[in-house]
Ligand binder design. Structure first.
Ligand code: ZN
Length: 115
């Protein structure tokens, strides 16, 4: 990976992070507080259902953010683009398509097959 490609991927990651953060603020993801303070039993189910949706949204978004932050840290450390499992270089085209990946195609496939 040359410096131009690194720069391109860094910008892609920063852009992705910005999008996720914009999504989070638009959906108003909560941090989990509030559900315990409900007095009315009839309202409880509705609010729990709402919280579950928000929780799932927050979870997938925070997972993605985590991956983006991880990739950015690796870029800084010069270890970006190395597969977490087999330590081989991840295909540059794969990184360009999805800059937050931390596994090569072979390891990703194994992981998906094993569940
Ligand atoms: Zn691998």
């Amino acid at each position: 990976m040359n410096d131009d490609e690194k720069q391109e991927l860094r910008e892609a990651l920063l852009g992705q992070r910005k999008n996720v953060l914009a999504d989070v603020s638009r959906h108003g993801v909560k941090t989990g507080a509030g559900a315990g303070a409900i007095a009315d039993e009839t309202e409880r189910a509705d609010i729990i259902a709402e919280n579950m949706v928000e929780h799932q949204l927050g979870f997938s978004e925070s997972k993605l953010l985590e991956k983006i932050e991880y990739a950015l840290a690796q870029l800084d450390q010069g270890t970006y683009g190395i597969c977490d499992e087999c330590q081989k270089e991840i295909n540059i085209e794969r990184l360009k398509a999805k800059p937050s990946v931390s596994l090569c195609i072979a390891c990703q496939t194994i992981k998906e097959q094993s569940g």
